[in-house]
Design a protein around this ligand. Structure first.
Ligand SMILES: [Zn+2]
Length: 498
């Protein structure tokens, strides 16, 4: 059959280190660990040197970028085994530089995708992993089967490292699922555990709700918002098919299905596990706020709901919690109202809609009833920062008392039991109006790269008059001012306003 290369390749630099066309058809994939968080270019440079005497077909760099170094049709020099590399597609993956040689999430997800692509192009619909070397190497593959092998079977090496070795079964399972399944809504690397939207698809509405409702019994108590409310949103949004929450509710309730990817527009991926979402939302008075929240990318409904809860509990509106009061709320009507008032939905009938879903399906049965058992006290702590427990002024059961304490101690905030700021006294001083002019008369005033003495020094500021375009708190000065030129920041303690 004809050989092809992956269309996922974003960077190509051919290595001279290969044996020419392979003598065996492709029926193995061998993932390796690079032992370093490399870039695709860096790996390419390394393989480009004849003296390296090594190569791989593909590389996945620390950001998930796929490099091509030896075409699939050729035998790479990768696994210390001619027999293996003649029939294997080899993939070097960016990893930590010490055992267990862990991969970044983005790398692992890309590996799943790349293996799926390799199988598909080479006519395979199943990827197999046996933890046992002899079994694997002696197994006679059936048509459509591809098998995973590891470098450690052929040389005295850890490769692909214990992190990846522990996930070989998961990799095989996810690739096979992607090859055989038709569900594309769950995005790269659908989970092996957990409840997939596809599981719900064939159930009746009542059964689907029951199944999702059962997820709440233990975990949702931790999330701190009512199961009935989460579940009602889940049901409602599965009809809209728009939000991340709905992406995992995709069609389970016989509603419409129009989902594409797994990201929200305007979201950014931190390369590990989180999306930060930023949106502009309009206030009643017409002004706009920037709303930010972190999301994980989730493979199953449980995670989807847990993250949705985390969003509702953690979303900030400026410095305030967007849905303040939601945590610990035990009244579903009140909780729904808080969500609506926070701006979650613009529909005027949102509260009624959600409440009627809760009532129709008796969803309050999934709320955790207070069993009267041991009550965990959720202390409010007053500190300068959560990390700095030594600054703690006190711990309070009642939020108002904690607030009072913070009000009396400048620079202190109130944190909930999870370390989230729930109250921060308004600074007494008015916000500085910028721009303004300052005069520098001393000869040894440092310009620093940021607002604080911890930032690198750029140079001394020549005396003269400067425009300050931003003011910030920072170590070593009462206030820092940013120079209009953009070169850096000045301590405002040593300048004169003009
Ligand atoms: Zn290796």
């Amino acid at each position: 059959m004809g050989y092809t290369n992956s269309s996922m390749v974003a960077y190509t630099k051919f290595s001279p280190n290969h044996s020419g066309q392979r003598t065996m058809a492709i029926d193995r994939i061998t993932p390796h660990c690079v032992v370093g968080q490399c870039t695709a270019e860096g790996l390419g440079d390394w393989f480009a040197k004849g003296s390296t005497q090594a190569s791989s077909n593909y590389g996945i760099d620390k950001d998930g970028c796929v490099g091509l170094y030896v075409e699939e049709k050729n035998r790479s020099w990768c696994s210390s085994s001619n027999a293996n590399d003649q029939r294997a597609v080899t993939i070097e993956c960016a990893s930590d530089s010490a055992e267990p040689y862990a991969f970044q999430d983005v790398v692992y997800r890309k590996l799943i995708e790349l293996c799926t692509d390799i199988c598909r192009r080479n006519g395979k619909n199943k990827l197999i992993w046996f933890g046992d070397k002899d079994k694997a190497l002696n197994y006679s593959l059936k048509s459509g089967e591809m098998i995973l092998t590891v470098h450690r079977w052929f040389a005295n090496k850890s490769c692909p490292g214990d992190w990846m070795y522990a996930r070989m079964g998961d990799l095989a399972e996810k690739v096979t699922k992607a090859l055989q399944g038709s569900d594309s809504g769950s995005g790269g690397g659908s989970g092996s555990k957990g409840t997939q939207a596809t599981v719900l698809k064939d159930l009746s509405e009542a059964d689907a709700i029951k199944k999702v409702g059962a997820l709440f019994t233990a975990d949702m108590k931790k999330s701190g918002i009512l199961a009935s409310v989460s579940l009602a949103q889940f049901i409602l949004e599965s009809g809209y098919g728009k939000s991340e929450l709905a992406q995992n509710a995709n069609n389970p309730f016989g509603m419409k299905c129009s989902l594409s990817g797994n990201t929200w527009s305007g979201s950014s991926w931190d390369g590990k596990s989180k999306y930060a979402k930023k949106t502009q939302e309009q206030n009643k008075d017409g002004s706009y706020d920037t709303i930010t929240a972190d999301f994980r990318k989730y493979p199953c409904i449980e995670d989807s709901i847990a993250d949705h809860s985390a969003y509702l509990l953690g979303a900030m509106n400026g410095k305030k919690l967007r849905y303040d009061g939601l945590k610990g709320c035990t009244d579903y009507k009140k909780a729904v109202q808080i969500i609506k008032d926070g701006g979650y939905a613009t529909s005027l009938t949102y509260v009624e809609k959600l409440c009627s879903i809760i009532e129709k399906w008796n969803l309050t049965q999934y709320d955790m009833k207070d069993s009267g058992g041991s009550e965990v006290i959720r202390w409010y702590r007053v500190r300068k920062s959560w990390a700095d427990s030594k600054t703690q002024k006190g711990a309070y059961k009642i939020l108002d008392n904690a607030k009072k304490c913070a009000d009396q101690n400048s620079g202190y905030k109130v944190f909930d039991a999870d370390g989230k700021v729930v109250y921060e006294p308004k600074a007494v001083e008015p916000v500085e109006k910028v721009p303004f002019l300052v005069k520098v008369s001393i000869s040894d005033l440092n310009i620093r790269k940021g607002p604080g003495i911890g930032y690198d020094r750029v140079q001394f500021c020549p005396s003269g008059v400067y425009t300050i375009v931003a003011v910030s708190d920072g170590a070593g000065a009462t206030k820092w001012g940013k120079l209009k030129s953009g070169i850096g920041w000045l301590s405002l303690d040593f300048v004169k306003r003009v």
